[in-house]
Ligand binder design. Structure first.
Ligand code: SAH
Length: 227
């Protein structure tokens, strides 16, 4: 995309075509779940970043700034995480999902298209409020926003069929695993800032857990407290 940033929106960026190209790129990178690709095709990713970055919004491998020293995750990482979460339910809609780290709300919007209800928690008030307004303007109604430190989940609405953490945790919090419903799945980057292993923790009907490594990823850190 070579158009000048200030004109980006007027030159077809908003068209489903740019999303279709992103979907093809994700497919070529190995993303297979059609439900995830369809959900990504429906969300106008450029609307989650400032105008200056909108021309880059449909590249699969770019992390984009969203202010407050935070970033919108790469589309590829959003796809891989969502795919890992949904793999536990081969058909039909996913139930209740908790996202930790609302950020721009992009991953939230993708999840909203795939799940009955999304609970999303963010520790930076300005980001939480912007994301809430953005999703409301898009007509997305099945999301509950929380402004809180989500390091140990969001107990008020537990248990969840899925939990997705979009910031890197130094260590796996047992509190998150406890908030999984039987058959639930937790997707979480674990490790030091910028260099984590994406882990998938699945809980069986008897409550027994299994841990798998999915990919190497680079996330901003999960931080304590509110701001
Ligand atoms: N899912 C986001 C990714 C944002 S980056 C998106 O699609 O845009 C990670 C986000 O996690 C940041 O907004 C950061 O403020 C938030 N975060 C970090 N630690 C947190 C915590 N303990 N509780 C809630 N949110 C947290």
């Amino acid at each position: 995309m070579r158009e000048s940033h200030s004109h980006a929106q007027g030159r077809g960026l908003t068209s489903p075509g740019s999303r279709a190209k992103l979907v093809e790129e994700l497919r070529s990178l190995g993303v297979k779940d059609e439900r995830v690709l369809t959900a990504i095709a429906k969300v106008p990713r450029h609307e989650f970043v400032d105008p200056a970055f909108q021309a880059q919004a449909y590249k699969a491998d770019l992390t984009l700034p969203i202010g407050h020293a935070q970033t919108l995750s790469q589309a590829r990482v959003v796809a891989v995480m969502t795919e890992a979460l949904l793999a536990g339910k081969p058909s039909g809609k996913f139930g209740r999902v908790l996202e930790i780290g609302t950020g721009s709300g992009y991953q939230t919007a993708v999840l909203a298209g795939l799940c009955d209800t999304v609970f999303t928690v963010e520790r930076i008030k300005a980001l939480s409020e912007t994301a809430r307004r953005r999703l409301a303007a898009m007509g997305i109604k099945n999301v509950h926003f929380g402004y809180a430190d989500g390091t140990d989940g969001w107990t008020s609405f537990a248990p969840y069929d899925g939990i997705l953490v979009t910031a890197g945790a130094e260590a796996l919090s047992p509190a998150l695993v406890e908030q999984l419903a039987p058959g639930g799945r937790l997707v979480v980057p674990v490790g030091p800032s910028g260099r984590q292993l994406l882990k998938l923790i699945s809980r069986d009907a008897a409550g027994k857990t299994q841990v798998q490594d999915v990919a190497t990823v680079s996330f901003v850190p999960l931080l304590p407290g509110k701001q």
